[in-house]
Ligand binder design. Sequence first.
Ligand SMILES: NC(=O)c1ccc[n+]([C@@H]2O[C@H](COP(=O)([O-])OP(=O)(O)OC[C@H]3O[C@@H](n4cnc5c(N)ncnc54)[C@H](O)[C@@H]3O)[C@@H](O)[C@H]2O)c1
Length: 453
Amino acid sequence: MRASVIGLGKLGLPLAACLAAKGLQVVGVDADVQRVESINKGRAPFFEPRLDETIRSGAGRLHAAASIAEAVAASEITFIVVATPSEPRGDFSLRFVLPVCEEIGRAIGAKDGYHVVVLTSTVMPGTTGGPVLRALERSSGKRVGRDFGLCYGPEFIALGSVVRDFLNPDFVLIGESDERAGGQLEAIYHRVCETSPAVARMNFVNAELTKLSVNTYVTTKISFANMLARICERLPGCDVDVVTRALGLDTRIGGKYLKGAVSYGGPCFPRDNLALLALAKDLGAPAEIAQVTHRFNRAQIPWLADLVCSQSSPGGTIGVLGLTYKPNTDVVEESVGLLLAKELASREMDVLAYDPEGALNGAKALGETVRLAASAEGCVAASEAVVLATPWAEFVAIPAARWARAGRPRAVVDCWRALPHLADASGVLYIGLGLGQEISAVSEQSTAGTATT
Ligand SMILES: NC(=O)c1ccc[n+]([C@@H]2O[C@H](COP(=O)([O-])OP(=O)(O)OC[C@H]3O[C@@H](n4cnc5c(N)ncnc54)[C@H](O)[C@@H]3O)[C@@H](O)[C@H]2O)c1
């Protein structure tokens, strides 16, 4: 089977590379010419673990091009993986998807034989069987289910582990126009996946709602764990990890995504939650759970900023370690580090940030408001208080002595409890979120003489 992939971004390129690595002939198309050139030279145009080696192992079978017509003509199945940006009210825009459908449709119209189109981009329920199907039929002059097949085939990957997640999914979700189209997509997954995942096949709208629901359920679970963390902080002797570890043993709950910290971020969780909310509003259905999850998540940032400011003198330097929404990615969208840096800067604090991979994207998003440090240790050394916002391994590896500060101890706010070795370190006031400990503000510390931890 020969495949084409339209949109070689953070999801599309790993998908194309995995298909080629598993033996399919793949033509990838992207509107960005530099991206196409980089891929044809065997180099990933962005950072993603295992992507370079996956591209190399599919070398000779993965070819990037700029023409959708050429790609459709040279394949039997076409994946659409272009961006679907969020609109202000929370639903997803089709401004990239529909022009691509028109071009694919024209190419299908000019081609003999059966072709399957798979929409992988995240869309609102009703999209695949509505505007996408109509655009394909109109521009091809052919009928779905008879002349060509259509599937909704979303991915549940996480950035930083896209290749692993694509090859080892918990389950495969397929929305299908008909048995033949869904069967062809399922056959590809069986060929490519390294495990034997359960496959859930259904109509388009059920699949579209399932995709949104998975992420929205996870955001609710994360927020529940974060709520427990805030409660634990006020209960002396409490440790949120002890509570959630035990809680996760209940098979009705499970331990994944149950770590109390601060807000969730990234390119999918926040927006998928808001999209479900927008859908429910349109339908007149109640969706308070998604609404509260979103509000609670956003409220974590000013709360964290209050805590950090209480550990610094007015206008003092605050170090933010980590601007990416999690380790092993350069994506900074909606990350704790980025939102916190913005919030602190708006409060006239001097913010010094560092990230091993996200500095460039962080600088673009933050502009002049925040200074960037050249190294993690430099960021710590220059700061009165430091926040570990993203638990990159290199931050955890900084020796305890480098966190210490002469005179008043340096406050280290550890959002992830990744630095337990600092709890007893001299010269450090260690504040692990989710731990029941009494913390005095700087103003109280100077009158009381010492800080209580
Ligand atoms: N990134 C993720 O973690 C993730 C996870 C699950 C689902 N998704 C969904 O996958 C979709 C793609 O996300 P992404 O993160 O890969 O986006 P992205 O912005 O990284 O990539 C989109 C790519 O499409 C290309 N493109 C746009 N218009 C084009 C056209 N007319 N022809 C050819 N190429 C075109 C862009 O140049 C870009 O390279 C979105 O709907 C997103 O919600 C993403």
